[in-house]
Design a protein around this ligand. Structure first.
Ligand code: FES
Length: 354
């Protein structure tokens, strides 16, 4: 198939098969579409008009000259401007005069070099389009053989194979050197040990209202409301209050027991009061929005939604796990208390680490 066989519709607008041959179109056998080749070359005004070329030359020279002047101004600013002097520049306001002058002059100097080079390339340098053939990037077999031979020569001349003592101690040194970096990891702080697996909740701890600081009874939790609680003995002025509450924050809602679908949830509740971790299992935002008709809670960060009437399973959003439930009951005085710590780690990614 020759370029003469290229269908007219596969050629650039207004180009005939003769033009295609002239401009290098190549119709490859069995290819459904022929290579349209390069469009006809269009000369720039500078290629055909010497006066335009001179104008471009003057513009480029002017840009390079401005760059030189800006560099001289940079040096002069550095020498002449007091380091404490400030000036008012609209709309930035008052700024250090020396920094402003240095930044401005250096910026102008660099910009003019770049702009001059671009204008030079676009208007005066040759714009002949060149097609470059692609070649396989794999080296010729002789080159590969030569490289392997050079490598073998190098290994032999270094006596790497013969001097086993040197070779083995080198391997040992290279293997041990990364340990220095591992030791430095110790500076990142003490290991969390089992702290991530436990919270401040434990059997018998009273649930205390976060707002009133009073221990809660089941009767304090109204149907349709969302109540936040903390463990008894955790006070806001404690030094580690935020760290403790980062794991122990609790939310309580009251649901008609017949509306609780999950069997374990019902067993771990008290008179319809259910207690769940307030920490979203996506990336750990505190959950705060409750929809009382559906018993859904919504995390404001990325809209993960949990159904508190069904084991707090995820019904929407990126969270990967249900919220952990705290098993609660009442003590002899009728106050709500925890029956144990959470049965699983609270919060986000720690889940993935098992
Ligand atoms: S942190 Fe709750 S949805 Fe992302």
């Amino acid at each position: 198939m020759s370029s003469q066989d290229i269908p007219e519709e596969n050629l650039p607008a207004g180009q005939s098969t003769d033009d295609a041959a002239e401009h290098g179109s190549v119709a490859v056998k069995d290819e459904p579409f022929a290579d349209p080749g390069l469009p006809p070359h269009e000369h720039r005004i500078q290629d055909i008009d010497e006066r335009a070329a001179r104008r471009s030359e003057r513009v480029v020279a002017m840009l390079f000259t401005v760059s030189m002047l800006a560099t001289i101004a940079f040096i002069a600013s550095y020498v002449a401007i007091d380091v404490d002097k400030s000036i008012y520049v609209f709309p930035i306001g008052h700024i250090n005069a020396l920094n402003f002058a240095l930044g401005l002059t250096l910026g102008v100097a660099l910009f003019c070099i770049g702009a001059g080079a671009v204008h030079w390339a676009r208007t005066l340098m040759s714009d002949v389009e060149v097609a470059s053939e692609r070649h396989p990037i794999e080296a010729e077999p002789e080159v590969k053989a030569k490289v392997l031979a050079d490598f073998a020569d190098g290994a032999r001349e270094s006596q790497f194979g013969r001097r086993k003592l040197i070779r083995n101690t080198l391997f040992g040194a290279l293997a041990l050197v990364p340990l220095s970096g591992v030791v430095l990891l110790r500076d990142l702080g003490p290991l969390p040990e089992t702290k991530l697996r436990h919270t401040a909740w434990k059997k018998g701890k009273k649930l205390v209202n976060m707002n009133t600081n009073e221990p809660l009874r089941a009767s304090d939790i109204a149907v349709g409301s969302l109540t936040f609680a903390k463990p008894e003995g955790v006070e806001e002025h404690d030094e580690d209050f935020q760290q403790v509450m980062g794991k122990a924050a609790l939310m309580l809602v009251r649901i008609q027991p017949q509306n609780i679908k999950d069997k374990q949830e019902l067993e771990w509740s008290h008179e319809g009061v259910v207690a769940y971790s307030k920490i979203c299992t996506h990336v750990g935002c505190p959950i705060s929005l409750y929809e009382q008709q559906t018993h859904h809670v919504l995390c404001p960060c990325h809209q993960s939604t949990f159904d508190l009437s069904d084991g707090a399973r995820v019904i929407f959003g990126p969270a990967g796990h249900a919220l952990p439930q705290l098993h609660i009951g009442v003590d002899d005085e009728g106050f709500l208390v925890a029956q144990s710590d959470f049965a699983e780690p609270v919060g986000p990614a720690f889940w993935e680490r098992g």
